[in-house]
Design a protein around this ligand. Structure first.
Ligand code: PEP
Ligand code: MG
Length: 587
């Protein structure tokens, strides 16, 4: 057994197909000066062909997975237009009289080793991009054959030294059971794409193999634990087949509930929406029967790129989600960076307490041009679906008012440009800071709806950093203080007559259902992976009994007492065995 890095979850058992490495046959002689013009022409022709090919792949991938993932190929196109990379190649041809393919190869090696030297995961991943694009260009210059993956054989586990996004895009997910790469990381584009395609991936086993893996060898790839078994014994295969089949069966059983309404045994309805971290999750969410998007974390649109997304780029994504959400509401939360979410191209200041610092709406109100661009993109998308806007990390009435000033500016801009949008778009706020809870009655006057973000609320109420493993045992969503905060928020919303939902991870925790019933919260938004599990529990819950339990919980004095009581109640409701109530897909 080999321990690698689990970069995409799931279990794959099957035969290896080892992707061959083609060796380059580069000319070693120097050219005459008279041939320079011809070499440049070959280079430019190669660049044109490579660009066309990347555009084609990009569009193919957009159809297959979604617009967000296809942006990876924009980075590839940008490399072919990068003056530094191109100057290096041209310089080698011009000054050293070398053939175009030799110049390209030397330029790739130069930049790759330079980026590899940097102790920075992001730059290392970019080195992979340069290699990928450079190899494509080389392929056109040399006429090297494209590696063909076996299409009509049995599904296989793909083994490669490293896998580029362009190689991954050619894969037919139904032929590939899993992927094993020697090098790479969780943040590589390939890992992002494997996750999007639902293919288990383990990486980072380069120096852990005694001998190279051969095509046809039996492998187990355990993307959950990052484990790889080479020619495993029958007993291990049997055990893993058991786990895999159990995972599939559980999924299939729950899948039957996708079209069923989320209603308790005694008739209380819930609306279960999905939290989206990326566009591709919309498909999973809809497949799992989510009723709309309760939280679209737009910051993920700003990540994994070199600059802020333009208005058009954002609009495309928001519109896609709005149009494809089956007419259900799509709550688009404005940028929530800072804290644990950073952007490579936007250097946030080093802070003693980033979660108490320059974050979320505070950045938006400081960088109003970025904010207005985002709001305009959302407004444009509002013409195509049931779109709502939500501001994160609100702690005062002034912030809502200031945010609305920018929103009105964006609306005026829309009018001027003659673009259609929903002039009555609903604008809500996240309740995730204790100050917002205590002035919820005042904030309710400024907002069309509340959504409680328990992830941050718990950390701020209990003063327990949600990222700090050392104090993770103190992070208690069922702490009496949190319960009281939930209650006063919901009471304020009800008193003001505005809707209130919950979108933190607590919404995906089945044990909390009695609390929502008792409080009168019937709108929950959670990870798409949690929707069916929560729905199953709701279907098995008696609301009257659950409310009694919850009422008792509100009188308890400790988190553990509340948690024990809710866990015991959840255990008593019948449900598919093996689920323990917590959401393992927390982001
Ligand atoms: C929350 O804080 O509960 C929330 C939903 O927002 P995020 O997890 O993105 O901070
Ligand atoms: Mg939050």
């Amino acid at each position: 057994m080999i321990q690698g890095i689990g970069a995409a979850i799931g279990i794959a058992i099957g035969k290896a197909f080892v992707l061959p490495h083609w060796e380059l046959d580069l000319p070693d002689s120097q050219m005459d000066a008279v041939d320079l013009a011809r070499e440049f022409e070959r280079l430019y022709e190669g660049i044109r062909t490579s660009k066309n090919e990347i555009e084609f792949i990009k569009n193919e991938f957009k159809e297959m997975v979604g617009p967000e993932e296809s942006q990876i190929f924009d980075a590839h196109l940008a490399i072919l237009e990068d003056p530094v990379f191109m100057n290096e190649i041209q310089g080698i041809i011009e000054r050293q009289y070398k053939a175009a393919e030799v110049a390209v190869k030397e330029a790739i090696d130069h930049f790759v080793s330079m980026f590899d030297l940097l102790d920075d995961e992001y730059m290392k991943e970019r080195a992979l991009d340069i290699k990928d694009v450079g190899n494509r260009l080389l392929k056109h210059l040399l006429g090297a054959p494209e590696v063909k993956l076996p299409a009509d054989t049995q599904p296989y586990i793909l083994v490669a030294k490293e896998l580029s996004p362009s190689q991954l895009v050619h894969l037919n997910p139904s032929h590939v059971l899993g992927i094993l790469t020697m090098t790479g990381g969780k943040t590589s584009h390939s890992a992002i794409m494997a996750r999007a395609l639902g293919i288990p991936l383990v990486t980072g086993i380069e120096n852990k193999l005694d001998k190279p893996i051969q095509t046809g060898e039996l492998l187990i790839v355990d993307g959950d634990e990052g484990l790889v078994y080479l020619e495993p014994e029958a007993l291990i295969v049997e055990r893993y087949e058991g786990i895999r089949d159990q995972q599939r069966k559980k999924k299939e059983q729950l899948q039957l509930l996708a079209a069923v309404e989320a209603v308790t045994k005694d008739g209380t309805y819930f609306n279960l929406a999905a939290n989206l971290n990326s566009v591709k999750e919309l498909d999973i969410a809809l497949r799992n029967g989510a009723q709309g998007v309760g939280l679209f974390r737009t910051e993920f649109l700003y990540m994994d790129r070199h600059d802020f997304p333009t208005e058009d780029e954002q609009y495309e994504v928001y519109r896609y989600v709005a149009e494809n959400a089956d007419q259900a509401p799509v709550v688009i939360r404005t940028l929530d960076i800072g804290g644990d979410k950073q952007l490579d191209y936007f250097s946030l200041p080093e802070e003693e307490n980033p979660f108490l610092g320059y974050r979320a709406i505070r950045i938006s109100l400081d960088r109003t041009e970025l904010f207005q661009t985002q709001l305009t993109a959302i407004l444009r998308a509002s013409a195509y679906g049931n779109v709502k806007i939500m501001y994160p990390m609100i702690s005062s009435v002034e912030e809502v008012k200031q945010a609305n000033v920018i929103l009105r500016r964006a609306m005026a801009d829309m009018e001027q440009r003659g673009l259609p949008y929903d002039a009555h778009i609903q604008v809500g706020i996240m309740i995730e800071v204790p100050a917002a809870v205590t002035i919820a009655d005042l904030l309710a006057e400024e907002s069309d709806f509340f959504s409680i973000g328990t992830n941050d609320l718990v950390q701020y109420v209990l003063a327990v950093d949600r990222m700090n493993e050392q104090i993770a045992h103190m992070y208690h969503p069922f702490h009496p203080a949190v319960l009281r905060m939930l209650r006063s928020t919901v009471e304020a919303a009800h008193a003001a007559g505005i809707p209130v939902s919950v979108c933190g991870e607590m919404a995906g925790d089945e044990r909390a259902i009695p609390l929502w019933l008792q409080l009168g919260v019937h709108d929950l938004s959670m990870s798409p992976q949690s929707v069916l599990r929560v729905k199953h529990r709701i279907l098995n819950t008696n609301a009257v009994e659950a409310k009694e339990e919850a009422a008792a919980c509100f009188t308890l004095r400790t988190s553990s007492a509340v948690e024990e009581r809710l866990s015991a109640f959840a255990e008593r409701s019948s449900y598919i065995k093996g689920n323990n109530g917590t959401d393992s897909t927390a982001s």
